[in-house]
Design a protein around this ligand. Structure first.
Ligand code: HT7
Ligand code: ZN
Length: 892
C-alpha cells in the first residue's frame, strides 16, 4: 500500500476562498451541489490539471464559470475527479450523489437511527463531495439543507442559521453560514428528529451566546450534565487562557453510531452518546467525569485545532496533544485541584496510569511512532495514545519548564502569530521558545523520537562534606526496531526531584553554586546522556523522591529497597510519588509472584507488604479517592508488559493471590471502610461523593475475593436492590460476578437478568451489561470465551454499532487478558473472526481491534506462535487499508 511521508509535504496547488454546499437529503441518494471559488496557489509548483479527492461518490456533472464541462474535460475515478486546463481563478460547480444509508463506515454522510450525521475527520469530506480534502485548504462555508420536514424537522450545520423556510411537497430548508475559514474536516451537518436542551449565557466580554445539546427525544432527561460541562468549559477557557467562544451559537449533538468519542466540528460538535448522556440512573461516576472531560476537550478544540489548525496530518498532535493537556488541566481544576494538591494528584495519577499502560506498550511495539509521525498508510490508524497522551505530556513539559505564566505567554504568542492559519508542531515550539526567551532546539527530539526514554539514577551521600549527588543517565534501553530508527540523541528532560529526611519531611534544596535554597521540589534539566547534580548542606543521608508529579514521560530506574518504598508510601509530600511508591512496591512483589506461578511454585506474600498498604487504607488524613487509587494493584496488562516474556496466566494468578491476601488480612478494615463510606441521600456527582463511592466499591470488590464471599454477596445484593445510582448498581453486579468465581454462577444470575430487563431500552447501559460479562474472571470450568460467543447471538448484539461491538468484543480481547490469552488459542480464533467480519463493515473499528495482537513477539512462545498464526490468517483475508497496515506492521 502507498506510504504517505511527512518529508513529501507540498503546498496545495489551488486555494479555495469559499464553498457553497446544497444538500437534497434522502437516505439512499443524497444529491450534493458544491459551488467553490478557486484560485491558483502562488506558493505551489504550477501544474495544469485540477485534481480533487472523492470516494464512494457518483459524479453527475461539473461547470466552470457557468459553462458545463464536456465529458472529455473531466474524469471521475475511484479516488476523485480530474479536470484539465483550468483558469487561474474561477468558479467551479460540481454535482454528485452519495448513499448515506449504505454507509456502514460511519465516515462521510451516514444515517443512524433514521437521522443524518457526518464525520469528516480525517478524510471523510471526500465521501460527501469532491474537494481538496487536506487541512491546509481553509475556506468559508455556506450550507443549504433541504429535506422532508416530517422525517427531518431539524436541519443543522456549522455557524449561524441565516434563513429557513418551507418548500413544496412537505419539504423544508435551512441555510447556515460559518463566518470563520475552516478546513473541510471541520464541516458537519445533522438532520432528523431531535430535541435540544438550551441555555443562554453571556461571555466575559458581554456577548450573548446560545448553547444547545441536541438528542433524540427520549434522551432529553440525560443532557443536564453535558450542558453544565459545556458552560464550565467556556468559563474555564476564558479564565485560564483568555480564550472566548467566538460564535453566537454552540451546539452539541449526540449520535449512537459513532467511531470515536466526539468530533469538534466548528460550532456543531457531534458526540458519541456515551460522552453526552448522563443521569444518575444510567451513568456511573466515571461516565460523568468522562462526559465532562470530552465536552471540555471538544470545546477547547475551538481554539486549539479550529482557529489554529494543522498544516498536514503529521501535525495531528499539535491540536490533539495540546487539547488533551488542556482537558486534563480542566478536569483537574474541576475536581477541586485548582486549590487542592491531592485532588490534583488524583487526576494526574489516573492520566499517568493510562499513559503507562497503553502508550508505553504502543511505544514498545511495531506501531511505535514519534508524537509527530514520519509516515503513514492510513491516517485513521494514527489517532493513537502516542499522538494524544504522549503528545499531552510533551505539552505539559513546557509548563513544567516555564511555569503556568510562561506557558500562558507561549500560548498567547502562538495565537497572536497563527490565528486563522494551518501550522506545524515546530510553530508551537517556536512560540513557546520565543515567549520565554529560550532555545528549544533540543526539545524538538520529543516530537521526532519514538520509544520510551529510561532515566537511570545513581546517588551518593558524603557525610563529611554534607553533599548529596544525583547522577542521571538517559537512554532508550532495548527499544523496538520501529522506535530505534527514529532515535538521534539525548532529550531535554525536566526531572522534578525532592529529598526526604529521616523524619519524613522534605529537605530544603540548594544546588552547588547557588546562593540560596529554592524550595523543596526542584526541576533539574537533564540534557546530556549523563549528568551529575550536587545538592549541598544536606545534613543526613536523604531518600530521593524522583520524577515528582511524573514531570516527564520516562521510566525511572532506581533500586529502592522495599523499606524505602514503604517509607515513601507513608511520607512523600508529593502525592503522586506517594502513590507511585506503592505501585513500585506492588509491581516488584507481583512480578516475583508471577515468576513463581509460571514455575509452578507455591505463592506467599510478606506481612510487611500488607502492613504498608494497610497504613494507607486506614490513613484518614488521605482522601477516599486517593486511597482507592493507592489500594488498586497495577493492572494485569501493565504487569505483563514488565515481564521479559509476557505470561497473562501467571500474572493473573499472582495478582489474584495478592488481592485475596489483602482481602483476607484486612477483612475487618474493608468491612469498616464499606460501612463508613455509604453515602446516604440523593446521588451527587461531586468529586468528594464519587471518591467515597469508589473506595466503598473497592472494599466490596476486595471482600468478593475472600474464600468465603458471603459478606460480599449479602452486601452486594443489598446494594444492588437499594442503589439510587448506576455507580453503585454496576459495582454491586461486578462484585456478584467476581464472587461467582468461588460461590458459583448462581449468585450473579438473578441480578444480571434483572439488570437487563430494567435497562433494556437504554443502549449505553446494555453496553455495560455486555462489558461486565466479557471482563468477568472465569476459570477452566467457566470459560469467558463461551459466555462471549453465546452473547454474540443475543438479540441485542450487533456488529454495526461500534459501542456495542466494543462492549463485548473489545472488552474481551483487550480487557480480559487471562481469558483472551487462553493457551488453547480460543481467544485468538475469535479475534480473527471478528476482525475479518468488521473489516468489510467498518475498517476504522476493525483496525482498532486488530491492534490487540500486535505485541505478539513479547509473549511466551506458546502464545506468541499462535498469535502470529492468527495475524497471518487475518492478513490473508482483510481488504481495508486500515487493517492491512496494522497486521502487516505487526508481522514485519
Ligand atoms: N478530532 C477527533 C478525532 C477523530 C474522530 C472523531 C470521531 C470519529 C472519527 C474520528 N477520526 C478522528 C476527536 C478528538 O480528538 O477530539
Ligand atoms: Zn481532540
Amino acid at each position: 500500500p502507498a506510504v504517505i511521508r511527512r518529508a513529501d509535504y507540498a503546498a496545495p496547488a489551488f486555494l479555495v476562498d469559499s464553498v457553497a454546499l446544497e444538500f437534497d437529503l434522502a437516505p439512499e441518494r443524497t444529491v450534493v451541489k458544491n459551488t467553490m471559488r478557486l484560485r491558483r496557489n502562488p506558493d505551489a509548483t504550477p501544474g495544469s490539471r485540477l485534481e480533487l479527492m472523492g470516494e464512494a461518490l457518483a459524479f453527475i456533472g461539473a461547470a466552470i464559470d457557468g459553462k458545463a464541462l464536456a465529458a472529455g474535460a473531466v474524469r471521475a475515478h475511484e479516488h476523485g475527479l480530474s479536470i484539465g486546463d483550468v483558469p487561474d481563478a474561477f468558479e467551479l460547480v460540481i454535482e454528485s450523489t452519495c448513499n448515506p444509508v449504505e454507509n456502514t463506515t460511519l465516515s462521510g454522510l451516514y444515517v443512524s437511527s433514521g437521522n443524518f450525521f457526518t464525520q469528516c475527520e480525517a478524510e471523510g469530506f471526500r465521501r460527501i463531495t469532491y474537494f481538496f480534502d487536506r487541512p491546509d485548504v481553509m475556506a468559508t462555508y455556506t450550507v443549504t439543507l433541504r429535506a422532508d420536514k416530517s422525517a427531518y424537522p431539524v436541519l443543522l450545520s456549522n455557524g449561524n442559521l441565516v434563513e429557513e423556510g418551507e418548500l413544496a411537497d412537505g419539504r423544508h430548508f435551512a441555510k447556515w453560514e460559518d463566518p470563520f475559514k475552516k478546513p473541510c474536516y471541520l464541516f458537519a451537518l445533522v438532520a432528523g428528529k431531535l430535541v435540544a436542551l438550551e441555555e443562554r449565557i453571556r461571555s466575559r466580554s458581554g456577548k450573548d451566546k446560545l448553547l444547545q445539546v441536541w438528542v433524540e427525544p427520549h434522551d432529553l432527561d440525560k443532557t443536564r450534565h453535558a450542558m453544565d460541562s459545556l458552560i464550565h468549559s467556556i468559563h474555564w477557557d476564558e479564565e485560564r487562557f483568555g480564550l472566548e467562544l467566538d460564535l453566537d451559537r454552540f451546539m452539541i449533538v449526540a449520535v449512537s453510531d459513532f467511531n470515536m468519542g466526539a468530533m469538534e466540528n466548528k460550532g456543531l460538535n457531534i458526540f458519541n452518546t456515551k460522552y453526552v448522556l448522563a443521569n444518575p440512573e444510567t451513568a456511573t461516576d466515571t461516565d460523568f467525569s468522562n462526559v465532562e472531560a470530552v465536552v471540555g476537550h471538544e470545546y477547547f478544540h475551538n481554539w486549539t485545532g479550529n482557529r489554529v489548525t494543522c498544516r498536514d496530518w503529521f501535525q495531528l498532535s499539535l491540536k490533539e496533544g495540546l487539547t488533551v493537556f488542556r482537558d486534563q488541566e480542566f478536569s483537574s481544576d474541576m475536581q477541586g485541584g485548582a486549590t487542592d494538591e491531592t485532588a490534583r494528584a488524583v487526576k494526574r495519577i489516573e492520566d499517568v496510569r493510562v499513559l503507562r499502560q497503553m502508550q508505553f506498550a504502543e511505544d514498545a511495539g511495531p506501531m511505535a511512532h514519534p508524537v509527530r509521525p514520519e509516515s503513514y498508510v492510513e491516517i485513521n490508524n494514527f489517532y493513537t495514545m502516542t499522538v494524544y497522551e504522549k503528545g499531552a505530556e510533551v505539552v505539559r513539559m513546557y509548563q513544567t519548564l516555564f511555569g503556568r505564566e510562561g506557558f500562558r505567554r507561549g500560548m498567547d504568542l502562538y495565537f497572536k502569530r497563527h490565528d486563522g492559519q494551518a501550522v506545524t508542531c515546530d510553530d508551537f515550539r517556536h512560540a513557546m521558545a520565543d515567549a520565554n526567551g529560550r532555545d528549544l532546539a533540543q526539545f524538538e527530539r520529543w516530537y521526532s523520537q519514538a520509544g520510551t526514554p529510561r532515566v537511570s539514577v545513581r546517588t551518593a551521600y558524603d557525610a563529611a562534606t554534607q553533599r548529596y549527588s544525583i547522577t542521571l543517565a538517559q537512554s532508550y534501553g532495548d527499544a523496538a526496531p520501529a522506535a530505534r530508527e527514529t532515535q538521534t540523541g539525548p532529550l531535554l528532560i525536566p526531572f522534578a526531584i525532592g529529598l526526604i529526611g529521616r523524619d519524613g519531611k522534605d529537605i530544603a534544596l540548594r544546588l552547588e553554586g547557588e546562593r540560596s535554597e529554592t524550595g523543596t521540589t526542584r526541576v533539574i534539566e537533564l540534557t546530556e546522556p549523563e549528568q551529575t547534580f550536587t545538592f549541598v548542606d544536606i545534613k543526613e543521608a536523604p531518600l530521593p523522591s524522583l520524577l515528582r508529579n511524573f514531570s516527564a514521560p520516562v521510566i525511572v530506574e532506581y533500586d529502592y529497597t522495599n523499606d524505602e518504598l514503604a517509607f515513601l508510601l507513608a511520607h512523600d509530600s508529593d502525592p503522586f510519588n506517594r502513590w507511585e511508591a506503592g505501585q513500585r512496591l506492588a509491581t516488584r512483589e507481583l512480578l516475583a509472584l508471577a515468576a513463581r506461578a509460571a514455575a509452578g511454585e507455591s505463592l506467599s506474600l510478606d506481612d510487611s507488604f500488607v502492613a504498608a498498604f494497610a497504613r494507607v487504607l486506614t490513613d484518614e488524613s488521605l482522601s477516599p479517592a486517593f486511597r482507592e487509587l493507592a489500594m488498586m494493584l497495577p493492572s494485569e496488562a501493565y504487569l505483563a508488559e514488565q515481564m521479559e516474556q509476557a505470561d497473562p496466566a501467571a500474572v493473573h494468578a499472582a495478582r489474584q493471590f495478592a488481592r485475596k491476601r489483602l482481602a483476607t488480612a484486612l477483612k475487618n478494615e474493608w468491612l469498616a471502610i464499606y460501612e463508613r463510606h455509604v453515602t446516604p441521600g440523593a446521588y451527587e456527582p461531586t468529586p468528594q461523593a464519587a471518591g467515597q463511592r469508589a473506595l466503598k466499591n473497592l472494599a466490596l470488590a476486595y471482600l468478593a475475593e475472600l474464600d468465603d464471599p458471603a459478606d460480599a454477596v449479602r452486601l452486594a445484593n443489598a446494594q444492588y436492590d437499594s442503589a439510587n445510582n448506576m455507580t453503585d448498581r454496576a459495582a454491586a453486579l461486578a462484585a456478584l460476578l467476581a464472587a461467582s468465581a468461588t460461590a458459583g454462577a448462581g449468585v450473579a444470575e438473578p441480578a444480571l437478568d434483572q439488570f437487563y430487563r430494567r435497562f433494556e431500552k437504554e443502549p449505553l447501559v446494555i453496553d455495560k451489561w455486555f462489558a461486565l460479562q466479557a471482563t468477568q474472571r472465569g476459570s477452566a470450568k467457566h470459560r469467558v470465551i463461551d459466555v462471549v460467543r453465546r452473547l454474540m447471538a443475543h438479540p441485542a448484539f450487533t456488529l454495526r454499532n461500534p459501542n456495542r461491538a466494543r462492549s463485548l468484543i473489545f472488552s474481551f480481547c483487550a480487557a480480559n487478558p487471562a481469558q483472551f490469552h487462553a493457551v488453547d488459542g480460543s481467544g485468538y480464533a475469535y479475534w480473527a473472526e471478528q476482525v475479518v467480519a468488521l473489516d468489510s463493515l467498518n475498517p476504522q473499528v476493525a483496525a482498532r481491534l486488530a491492534r490487540s495482537l500486535e505485541l505478539w513477539r513479547r509473549y511466551t512462545p506458546a502464545l506468541g506462535d499462535q498469535m502470529r498464526a492468527a495475524l497471518e490468517r487475518v492478513a490473508a483475508q482483510v481488504k481495508s487499508r486500515d487493517v492491512r497496515e496494522i497486521v502487516e506492521k505487526a508481522l514485519a
